[in-house]
Design a protein. Structure first.
Length: 242
């Protein structure tokens, strides 16, 4: 502890402590820079070889040992009465720890393997909750009545015939699927994925034309002004002569 003489008031000769920090090279010599310490008793579990000690992000005004004690007390109070939102069947199928065990192992790990299992369980919960939220939102918008935009075949045939190229099988299939989406009384929600120049704009434009043919307006949004200008120029050329 460089330039910390007050440490001698707390660490007496013969004290047994745990220290955390980093080994660094200083003037060609290995040096250990300690970030914190704790005085321990002979029967303390932290003397066990391989014992893991959590290091939390904290302020200098709150030492690690204080924060660990607060978290330990919170775990002791909350874990015995903490319900697990996942059923035993899900836990077994997914090979997951019980939530209480996962939280205890995450904050008071007994081994690297146990810490990994705890982290996996908590990550599973995060993804699972997000998926439930997305499913709930999907059911919400699917319950809304949408205006059915049946395919105006004469308009589609005229547009495709006026294109300076022939649609690929993938483009034609994507267009058919998009038109089927907007023909339903369920709001359409589709992501069209493809490389640059693969024809995504053509498919989107055809769907927009179908909406216009029904007397509606259609808009295309772009993340930047430059891309918006490029879309405008591309669409203008594609509609030339139609």
């Amino acid at each position: 502890w460089f330039n910390q003489p007050y440490i001698t008031r707390y660490l007496r000769p013969g004290s047994r402590i745990t220290v955390n920090g980093y080994f660094r090279a200083y003037r060609g010599q290995p040096t250990f820079e300690g970030n914190g310490y704790e005085i321990i008793q002979d029967d303390d579990a932290r003397l066990t070889p391989g014992h893991l000690l959590p290091i939390y992000p904290t302020k200098k005004s709150m030492p690690q040992r204080t924060l660990r004690r607060i978290i330990g007390n919170a775990l002791a109070i909350c874990l015995p009465r903490l319900p697990d939102p996942l059923t035993p069947g899900i836990l077994q199928r997914q090979k997951l720890l019980d939530l209480s065990d996962a939280l205890r192992e995450y904050h008071q790990p007994g081994s690297p393997e146990g810490k990994a299992l705890a982290r996996y369980r908590l990550a599973f919960d995060e993804i699972f909750i997000r998926q439930l939220f997305m499913l709930s939102k999907r059911q919400e918008w699917q319950s809304v009545q949408a205006n059915r935009l049946s395919t105006v075949k004469p308009v589609m045939r005229a547009f495709v015939a006026a294109l300076p190229f022939t649609l690929t099988k993938a483009q034609a299939r994507s267009l058919k699927e998009v038109l089927a989406d907007i023909s339903s009384d369920t709001p359409a929600r589709r992501m069209l994925e493809g490389e640059v120049g693969s024809g995504k704009t053509v498919v989107a434009l055809a769907a927009m034309l179908n909406a216009v043919a029904h007397g509606h307006q259609a808009a295309i949004m772009a993340p930047t002004e430059i891309l918006a200008q490029q879309h405008f120029e591309t669409i203008t050329k594609l509609l030339d002569g139609t």
